[in-house]
Design a protein around this ligand. Structure first.
Ligand code: C2E
Ligand code: MG
Ligand code: MG
Ligand code: MG
Length: 283
């Protein structure tokens, strides 16, 4: 009967809720432990100049291998880290480790590359974020022009404060990129009020750019806007030659995606530099 089904439905819903919050609590506890134990590492994904087919930098992407639970994807644990505030120590670790690694590659004699680090809204909103970034750069001796911070459009929830902080970071010489661009807000007009260097077009527009006129039109609009405002554009999630051809045709000069390389461990990234980018550390 309806009543029975209603009852079952409720129970199912109820136990799903319980399971969900249990999973969350488990994840939160494990995350806390993992931060203390240092269970994270970073993968680096190359960013390319499409016209020259040359590497220009890499994005730092955090990875968590839990000893029992195995590989846990960022889309699962980053939201929990953000809700609990654990993103502050975790994000700080990624920033420090990424800057350190980039400096290490420069000291080995590889041509200097830009490292992009994702910065969550929670980190950007922290009152001491500017001091913290400055401290990490001093500590790792990485020059600010080799650091880029990727922030999402959700920072616009508090645009006044965010713009202020981004401005201070930019005055230090750090680059600012808007990640997942095009997904957050319906209007692009706010961009002129924000101190940004790069718009990173969301992968959802690139996925079908070669098949869908609307996606291509959006990408073209972003490229036109960026040209007017004199800011860079990078396409994320470039997976095949057809997408690349459209991007080249439309004049998009930077890209990132599986077509060029998946995210690589530090050692793999160094091998990539030598073997594929044919870059040797100079003596
Ligand atoms: P994101 O910053 O937009 O990073 C791009 C994501 O797309 C990465 O997923 C990357 O592995 C994936 N990707 C790259 N190329 C391709 C492609 O050609 N095709 C497809 N299908 N995917 C591609 P990942 O590493 O799983 O990270 C997911 C998200 O987690 C990131 O999205 C970012 O929002 C967040 N995240 C990762 N690391 C950090 C971090 O250290 N701090 C913060 N705050 N967030 C992070
Ligand atoms: Mg990113
Ligand atoms: Mg993105
Ligand atoms: Mg994303």
């Amino acid at each position: 009967s309806v009543k029975e089904r209603g009852g079952n439905g409720y129970e199912l819903f109820h136990s799903e809720m319980e399971a969900k919050s249990l999973e969350r609590i488990l994840l939160e506890n494990e995350l806390r432990k993992a931060i203390q134990l240092g269970q994270f590492h970073i993968d680096y994904q190359p960013k390319m100049d499409l016209s020259k087919n040359k590497i220009i930098g890499m994005e730092a992407l955090v990875r968590w291998y839990h000893p029992e639970l195995g590989k846990i994807p960022p889309n699962k644990f980053i939201p929990v880290a953000e809700e609990t505030g654990l993103i502050l120590p975790l994000g700080e670790w990624v920033l420090r480790r990424g800057c350190m690694q980039n400096k290490e590659w420069q000291q080995k004699g590889y041509p200097p590359l830009m490292i992009s680090v994702n910065l969550s809204v929670r980190q950007l909103a922290h009152p001491y974020i500017v001091e913290k970034v400055r401290e990490i750069l001093e500590e790792t001796k990485l020059e600010p022009q080799w650091l880029e911070l990727e922030v999402t459009e959700s920072i616009l929830a508090d645009v006044g404060h965010a713009a202020d902080t981004l401005q201070q970071l930019r005055e230090m010489g750090i680059h600012i990129s808007i990640d997942d661009f095009g997904t957050g807000y319906s209007s692009f007009s706010y961009i002129k009020h924000l101190p940004v260097d790069t718009l990173k077009i969301d992968a959802s527009f690139i996925r079908d750019i070669h098949k869908n006129e609307e996606s291509q039109a959006i990408v073209q609009a972003v490229l036109t806007l960026a040209r007017t405002l004199d800011i860079n554009v990078i396409a994320e999630g470039v997976e095949n030659e057809e997408q690349l051809a459209v991007l080249n045709e439309d004049g998009c000069v930077q890209g990132q995606g599986f077509l060029f390389s998946k995210p690589l461990s530090g050692e793999e990234f160094e091998k990539y530099l030598i073997e594929f980018a044919e870059i040797q550390p100079s003596e």
